[in-house]
Design a protein around this ligand. Structure first.
Ligand code: ATP
Length: 366
């Protein structure tokens, strides 16, 4: 049976457009090689450029269309000189995160052979971990966009760090299932709970729920780290970790730290997954400084596309989708191992198109 799936595509602004087109070209090649399903990419206009033209940040009905699709693929949104009247940057994707409760933020951090490595210890070549960042509550519960801070005139401001049982149970289950899947593919089978349970009741609650969930996954090892110690360990021995599960703000900070160990923004893929749908996008922004220069590294978007295929395969029970996702991962790995990929971002000579074509050629030859 050939299943046809619908992907809502928001190219967005700046390099978002180029890297999304790169990701789609790679996904289409992997799809062709594997067969068994087809994808329809349905464009949705949104972003700062669209806001400038129309006065709204996403096309009418766009948010609903995103929810109806099987998944959402996004490039990058926002331009520094285009803002809402309240001064904040254009960000319809934050509404999508809230509306569809995309609680599980996946940030893979992996060292590729011949890729960028900031640590001199040779074991850094084995870095392969996931920061699993809760993305709907935590300290971001009172992010400015939600307008939930308690402001006492010009004297005092309190932000709230919210941890709910419902979301945290889902998050920890997600973490253990992710570790199981990674273990089947050679992963370490370890989930580390990163918190500050020694100081905050909210964090003790987060850990308590982790302890309630973990016995259901006897094949996965458990570990704990306070967030400050985790920051240290990400420099001292990042190769020892597998899945690191944490609240929103800790994940925001540690995913940048960990990403910095193995490359620039152009390698930082990202998935945000909820009960019904998932949004897949590179973790970088629209990079206004390199727009139109064919300088953007498309790999973060391409690897986000691989995460999307894997997610769709699991959700819909179509193994061919998972195989296609794996093939993209393997092509990127092979391209680096054979020293075929030299993004301009790392001082190489390959722009967006050249990197994309190399990945496509590698998939074709696999
Ligand atoms: P945002 O807040 O929207 O995430 P930002 O202002 O933090 O965005 P980015 O747009 O991600 O920043 O850019 C940060 C720096 O990283 C810029 O110098 C940009 O050129 C570079 N950069 C970002 N993405 C890429 C990429 N895919 N390839 C090469 N360089 C990139």
């Amino acid at each position: 049976m050939n299943s046809r799936l619908h992907i809502a595509v928001i190219e967005g602004d700046g390099i978002g457009v180029d890297v999304t087109q790169a990701a789609i070209a790679v996904i289409e090649e992997a799809t062709k090689q594997v067969g068994g399903f087809s994808l329809s990419f349905d464009p949705i206009a949104a972003g700062a450029g669209y806001y400038r033209e129309t006065g709204v940040d996403i096309e009418p009905g766009g948010e609903e269309a995103c929810g109806k699709a099987d998944a959402i693929l996004l490039g990058a949104i926002g331009l520094p000189d285009t803002r809402y009247p309240n001064g904040t940057e254009i960000s319809p994707h934050l509404r999508l995160r809230e509306r569809y409760q995309l609680y599980a933020g996946i940030r893979p951090v992996k060292a590729y052979p011949n890729g960028i490595q900031k640590l001199v210890d040779p074991r850094a070549a084995n870095i392969d971990l996931i920061i699993l960042r809760e993305s709907t509550e935590g300290l971001f519960y009172s992010a400015a966009v939600h307008d939930r801070s308690i402001v006492v005139e010009d004297v005092e401001v309190s932000d709230i760090l919210k941890i709910t049982r419902a979301t945290t149970e889902k998050l920890h289950n997600f973490a253990f299932k992710l570790a199981e899947k990674r273990k089947q593919r050679g992963g370490k089978g370890l989930v580390t709970c990163v918190d500050k349970a020694n100081v905050f009741k909210s964090m003790a609650f987060f850990r308590k729920i982790y302890d309630e969930i973990s016995p259901a996954y006897p094949d996965i090892k458990t570990g704990y780290n306070y967030v400050d110690a985790q920051a240290l360990d990400l420099i001292r021995k990042p190769w020892e970790f597998d899945v690191l599960v944490m609240e929103n703000m800790f994940g925001d900070i540690l995913s940048d730290l960990a990403g910095g160990l193995v490359g620039g923004m152009g390698m930082a893929s990202c998935a945000e997954i909820g009960d019904e749908t998932g949004l897949f996008q590179p973790a970088h922004g629209s990079a206004p400084d390199i727009i139109g220069m064919d300088a953007a590294n498309p790999l973060a978007a391409i690897l986000s596309g691989a995460l999307m295929l894997d997610y769709l395969g699991e959700k819909l029970g179509i193994n061919a989708l998972c195989v296609a996702g794996e093939r993209i991962d393997q092509a990127v790995e092979k391209g680096f191992a054979e020293n075929q990929i030299h993004p301009k971002e790392f001082g190489g000579d390959m722009g967006t198109k050249a990197v994309t074509n190399t990945v496509i050629d590698t998939i074709r030859d696999m």
